[in-house]
Design a binder for this molecule. Structure first.
Ligand code: MG
Length: 162
């Protein structure tokens, strides 16, 4: 049985934070604010995978009140979700995501981000779709107050599984 899930996340841009997207550190004057490394792209993909499994969201599995996840590299969330998929005898078919950021230009980093996300999930980079777009200067994203990401994921689960 093939299942699909959707994920969305947004984080504020703040001074004094590193910008990490898809597990890749990207030079930029501001970075995303949050409890972990605030990797908005990985968070959206994590929620898409958890949604495909019919599980609770990323905040349930990795609460921002847990000091273990303070400044944690979000790639470990994907590794943990990959483990849950295998436990359910499932197989991730693919993930696909879009980052919405006015700045910086992400095209030069897309390949590295796909590699990192694929490695964390045990997926070939060819099963990881990734695009970046601006918000055409509109709204909070356009004013560079934050960065958003949306994702879908598809998982094959055995028939009769929950
Ligand atoms: Mg988040």
């Amino acid at each position: 049985m093939t299942r699909v899930g959707i994920g969305y996340d947004v984080h504020r841009l703040a001074q004094g934070r590193a910008l990490v997207l898809g597990g890749v550190s990207i030079p930029h004057p501001t970075g995303l604010d949050g409890h972990s490394d605030a990797d908005v792209l990985i968070h959206a993909i994590a929620d898409a995978l958890l949604g495909a499994l019919g599980e609770a969201d990323i905040g349930h599995y990795f609460p921002n009140t847990d000091m273990r996840w303070r400044n944690a590299a979000s790639a470990i969330f994907l590794e943990e979700i990959g483990r849950i998929v295998r436990e359910r005898r499932g197989r991730i078919v693919n993930v696909d995501a879009t980052v919405i950021a006015e700045q910086p230009r992400l095209a030069p980093h897309i390949g590295a981000m796909k590699e990192k996300i694929g490695a964390a999930l045990g997926l070939s980079a060819g099963r990881v779709g990734l695009k970046a777009t601006t918000n055409e200067s509109l709204g909070f994203l356009g004013r560079q107050e934050g960065i958003a990401a949306m994702a879908v994921a598809s998982i094959d689960l055995p028939e009769g599984g929950a």
